[in-house]
Design a protein around this ligand. Structure first.
Ligand SMILES: C[S@@+](CC[C@H](N)C(=O)[O-])C[C@H]1O[C@@H](n2cnc3c(N)ncnc32)[C@H](O)[C@@H]1O
Length: 201
């Protein structure tokens, strides 16, 4: 019988080999995962995109309530783990930078919520700006962008450079202590809800 390594061991191995591309030495705790999905009021037709799903800590919380979810992760081993854990889910092995193409392929014009575990602070600024512009373009006017943040004292301010409204929810029980930035109303959005130019941080 094939035995599966625990998620944390898979994570540590990836972190040691890839460092900032993985950005964490362990999957998110259930407290952090719950903070990511809190107050989303999911309905079966609510469209949620998860970027950088890892081994599925946040995905597991998300999929507790039926919704239209697309789970995007770049790493092949993590995707294999996600498909084993969530066989009915739309798990896509892809680069988050191709977000708009992935949405088009699924017939999704706008999403309601985007859950990001991506190590955005370590993305080159121009690459991050392009991704944030795509997110702003494709987010519903009342939608949210939710970013996992470790070391919030360093990074929480970053998201204020892309969104008018940012609430930070601290999760001290996570190791290392972290939290979730819940962001609304991207800068540069016109009254019809499309995003114009997004200022650089
Ligand atoms: C900090 S981990 C978060 C994993 C998971 N969401 C959790 O909370 O445990 C970051 C994840 O983002 C993925 N990732 C990094 N860059 C990516 C990219 N450009 N496109 C898709 N996934 C990416 C990594 O492979 C890793 O799984």
């Amino acid at each position: 019988m094939e035995t599966r390594s625990p998620d944390w061991l898979l994570f540590v191995g990836k972190f040691l080999k890839q460092g900032t591309a993985i950005a964490s030495f362990a999957p998110s705790s259930r407290w952090l995962a719950r903070a990511m999905t809190a107050d989303m009021e999911l309905q079966p037709e609510t469209c949620v995109v998860e970027l950088g799903a890892g081994t599925g800590a946040v995905t597991a919380e998300l999929l507790k309530t039926p919704c239209r979810a697309s789970v995007i992760e770049r790493d092949a081993d993590f995707c294999r783990r996600l498909r084993e854990r969530f066989p009915a889910a739309d798990v896509v092995q892809a680069d988050a930078l191709d977000l708009e193409k992935l949405l088009d392929e699924r017939g999704i014009d706008r999403f309601d919520h985007l859950l990001s575990g991506l190590p955005l602070p370590s993305f080159p600024a121009d690459v991050r700006d392009r991704l944030m512009a795509s997110i702003a373009r494709r987010m519903k006017p009342e939608g949210t962008f939710r970013q996992l943040t470790l070391m919030p004292w360093v990074y929480a301010r970053l998201y204020r450079s892309y969104f008018n409204d940012v609430d930070f929810h601290r999760v001290p029980l996570n190791l290392p202590p972290g939290g979730v930035s819940v962001c609304r109303n991207p800068f540069g959005r016109d009254p019809q809800g499309s995003a114009g130019s997004i200022p650089r941080p």
